[in-house]
Design a binder for this molecule. Structure first.
Ligand code: UDX
Length: 435
């Protein structure tokens, strides 16, 4: 069986390379000619731990093209991994899905199984079928299925190859057999459902995880007001198997290409169907407010931001990736600059993407390393919990700073150690020291 992947972003490229790792011949297609050229030269468009090595290892089973005709004529199953970005009203922009469906239909010459892998609203498969029927030549059979992807950036390969579960929405035994063949070497349970159920599972999972994060952030605010410790609260809650400890880390909120977009889109779906999904509106609002709350903390210590220097540690929306999409860092740095502050930013991987996304500003200095970022700084702002930050030489850092203040938006430092060095340390949702 030959597999095709359309759309070589984070999900698409990991899907293509991992299926090749499982022994399949895979053709990856993307409209971006430069991306295809680079991939042919084994150059990846983003950083993902281990992906480069896996691409190298399986290169003989992988082909890359910008031609839809080439892919459709040569594969038995095609995974749709195109982008579904948000529209201004929060709903998903499905124009890339429609475009790909139309192009697939026009080039179809034998049976093909078209699989949605991108996160899409429920009933998207039905639209794909409708659009395909409009353009496909008479009597050429095709089917649509849903096989949502749950991989996380930074641990994408492990998540793909060793998933907790595989969800497959299908309409026929033929499609079921195809998926059984595709996933025969995976150890995870396969949950077969109808297509709508599979589509909802993906949105519901992401919305639920985002809800967990906003919930613990709400509790973090309560802890700050009352002198309690959110880390202990999360730990103790997490021992309850029904709750679980994961995704209860309080901080400056969730970012990335999925949660912010998916929560808004899922809320819109509920609204369009006349349902009260206001729970998700609150999840989104709590998340949006995290940035202002973080800025307030800085002001509580320094009073005025104008002309203060901030060492910004971490720009990516989480560690293990160079992705800054919807990263809280973009909003925090922008607010500081708007108020006349200066940011000396550093991230081990995301500097280029941040520069591109943020644009030029005289008030941003791109530092060589964490120490360079701290020169004459009034405060360190930790926005991503990279491991190297935890191992920094804080005695050296203290000497370099104008005032020794750390605002830890990810609760990633060892509080005891930092407080012993007499920093003013302001964590999230717990008592710090020196203030
Ligand atoms: C997410 C889902 O986890 C994945 O299943 C889906 O396929 C895509 O969306 P991803 O966006 O790569 O994956 O990152 P994830 O690790 O889920 O983190 C998302 C955001 O939540 C990050 O900004 C992270 O910092 C934040 N987060 C996560 C918290 O603030 N607290 C937590 O406890 C966990």
């Amino acid at each position: 069986m030959k597999l095709g992947v359309i759309g070589l972003g984070h999900v698409g490229l990991v899907t293509a390379v991992c299926f090749a790792e499982k022994g399949f011949e895979v053709i990856g297609m993307d409209k971006d000619k430069k991306r295809i050229q680079n991939l042919m030269n084994k150059k990846l468009p983003f950083y993902e731990p281990g992906l480069s090595e896996l691409l190298e290892k399986n290169f003989n089973r992988l082909k890359f093209t910008d031609s839809i005709k080439e892919i459709i004529e040569n594969v038995d199953v095609v995974f749709l991994c195109v982008g579904t970005p948000p529209l201004p009203d929060g709903s998903a922009d499905l124009s890339q899905v429609e475009d790909a469906s139309r192009e697939i239909a026009k080039n179809l010459n034998k049976y093909l199984l078209i699989v949605e892998k991108s996160t899409v609203p429920v009933k998207t498969a039905e639209w794909i079928k409708k659009v395909m029927s409009l353009y496909v030549k008479k009597d050429i059979p095709f089917e649509v299925a849903s096989n949502p992807e749950f991989l996380r950036e930074g641990s994408a390969i492990k998540d793909f190859l060793e998933p907790d579960r595989i969800v497959v929405g299908i309409e026929s035994d033929k499609a079921k057999n195809i998926f059984e063949e595709i996933y025969k070497d995976f150890k995870a349970p396969i949950i077969f459902t109808d297509i709508e159920t599979a589509e909802i599972i993906k949105h519901a999972s992401n919305a639920f995880l985002a809800t967990k994060i906003s919930f613990i952030n709400m509790i973090a605010d309560l802890c700050e007001r009352t002198g309690a410790d959110v880390i202990k609260v999360a730990e103790a809650m997490g021992f309850d198997k029904r709750i679980g400890r994961e995704f209860l880390n309080a901080g400056i909120g969730y970012g990335g290409s999925c949660f912010p977009k998916d929560v808004k889109a899922f809320y819109r779906i509920g609204e369009e169907l006349g349902l009260d999904f206001s729970l998700l509106k609150c999840v989104d609002k709590i998340n949006e407010e995290r940035v202002n709350k973080f800025i307030e903390k800085i002001k509580k210590i320094l009073w005025i931001i104008r002309d203060k220097v901030f060492a910004v540690w971490g720009l990516s929306f989480k560690p293990g990736t160079d992705d800054v999409r919807e990263a809280p860092s973009l909003k925090i740095v922008r607010k500081i600059i708007e108020e006349g502050g200066i940011c000396r930013v550093y991230d081990p991987y995301a500097m280029e993407n941040f520069k591109r996304e943020f644009g030029e500003s005289e008030r941003i200095y791109y530092a060589e390393d964490i120490y360079d970022a701290c020169r004459n700084a009034h405060a360190i702002l930790i926005l991503t919990e990279w491991n190297e930050f935890k191992k920094a030489d804080f005695s050296k850092i203290k000497e370099m700073m104008e005032t020794a203040i750390i605002v830890d938006g990810r609760n990633c430092l060892n509080m005891e150690k930092i407080c012993k060095l007499e920093f003013i340390y302001i964590p999230t949702g717990r008592k710090g020291c020196g203030y």
